[in-house]
Design a protein around this ligand. Structure first.
Ligand SMILES: [Zn+2]
Ligand SMILES: [Zn+2]
Length: 342
């Protein structure tokens, strides 16, 4: 392992690729900024210097493996530089033609959802991973289209809805959640609603990405009406939802809202909301949602599209969480009144 003092005293620019690769393996979501930012910045700097170059796969691999840190609370400069370098790599590598029918990143994005850093994508060494195939597939792992694909996934995790050309399709288990929740909010549940809602309330990770956090808060809002409608008879379910939302709100960033009047999403349709809550939680789900909203697959977003990034806007999500909490706490009062009645 790289020594912390070495990182502090040695100029990062002098470190060899191996030492850097060793350093970024030790960066995780809760790493201190003064330790992690220099590592991420150096990796981004090297990728940005030659985004379509021979070593691009190494630097993309580095930013991918640090994307749990970069998606949580990095310094602004490290976050910006990493995002820009990933976008530059996607652009430089994405249009080269190849003869492959598909690439490993497409099959590997499903099990990880938004956690693109989990597992081994093989980019660092060029070794194919289990999901990616056997040793005959090295060419597909290091194919520019595969490297570009991973760069897009990581960029989309850092800044949801800013990247095009991600294969559409939420992970399978998210689709199964969506159908359970749709059944509940439409009042024809085919699972135990109390159990399902308690599970949902408890499922927010400690360091959620922006997409996962937004999805969680949207799901809580989509289901709070049902929970507050006296169809749920266990008070503990409402308590768990309230506790979950209260714990989630401080994870929202302080970014200012960049949207104009009327640009925040319409949340009136709870069925739609229950779907979006899960589509927000993965690059494939977000691409599926964007496709439904008529996004094309040009590399750069076109101006006239609906601003889907409003779904991850902190101001929008704070207001949504407040509405959720008001609805649930209001329903708790009637619980109290009901049980107090002799
Ligand atoms: Zn290829
Ligand atoms: Zn906004």
């Amino acid at each position: 392992m790289i020594d912390k003092t070495e990182l502090m005293t040695d100029p990062m620019t002098d470190l060899t690729t191996d030492r850097l690769a060793d350093a970024w393996k030790h960066i995780h979501c809760a790493s201190p900024v003064d330790e992690a930012d220099p590592v991420a910045l150096e990796c981004a700097r090297r990728l940005a210097a030659d985004p379509g170059g021979e070593l691009a796969h190494v630097w993309v691999s580095g930013l991918l493996s640090m994307s749990d840190y970069l998606a949580w609370r990095p310094g602004r400069a490290a976050e910006r530089a990493s995002f820009d370098a990933l976008r530059a790599a996607a652009k430089a590598l994405g249009d080269r033609s190849c003869t492959h029918e598909d690439h490993p990143y497409e099959t590997e994005m499903d099990p990880y959802g938004d956690e693109v850093w989990a597992g081994d994508n093989g980019l660092l060494t060029g070794e194919p991973t289990v999901q990616g195939g056997d040793s005959a597939d090295t060419g597909r792992v290091l194919c520019p289209a595969n490297v570009a694909g991973w760069a897009r996934l990581a960029a989309d995790v850092l800044a949801p809805f800013t990247v095009r050309r991600i294969p559409a399709g939420a992970p399978e288990d998210h689709h199964s959640r969506m159908s359970d929740l749709s059944g509940i909010v439409n009042d024809y549940p085919y699972c135990d609603p109390a159990e399902a809602l308690a599970d949902e309330a408890a499922c927010l990770p400690a360091y959620p990405t922006r997409g996962v956090l937004a999805g969680y808060l949207v799901t809580m809002n989509a289901t709070c009406w049902y929970a507050a409608s006296e169809r749920i008879t266990e008070r503990s379910v409402l308590d768990a939802m309230i506790e979950g939302v209260r714990a989630a709100v401080p994870s929202l960033r302080d970014d200012p809202c960049t949207h104009g009047p009327g640009e925040h999403p319409d949340t009136g349709d709870v069925d739609h909301l229950s779907q979006v809550g899960y589509l927000l939680r993965s690059p494939g789900g977000r691409a599926e949602f964007a496709e439904d909203q008529g996004w094309g697959d040009a590399e750069e977003p076109e101006g006239e599209d609906e601003p889907l990034d409003a779904w991850v806007c902190s101001a929008f999500l704070r207001a949504l969480a407040e509405e959720t909490l008001n609805t649930l706490t209001g329903a708790l009062e009637s619980f109290g009144a009901a049980t107090d009645t002799p």
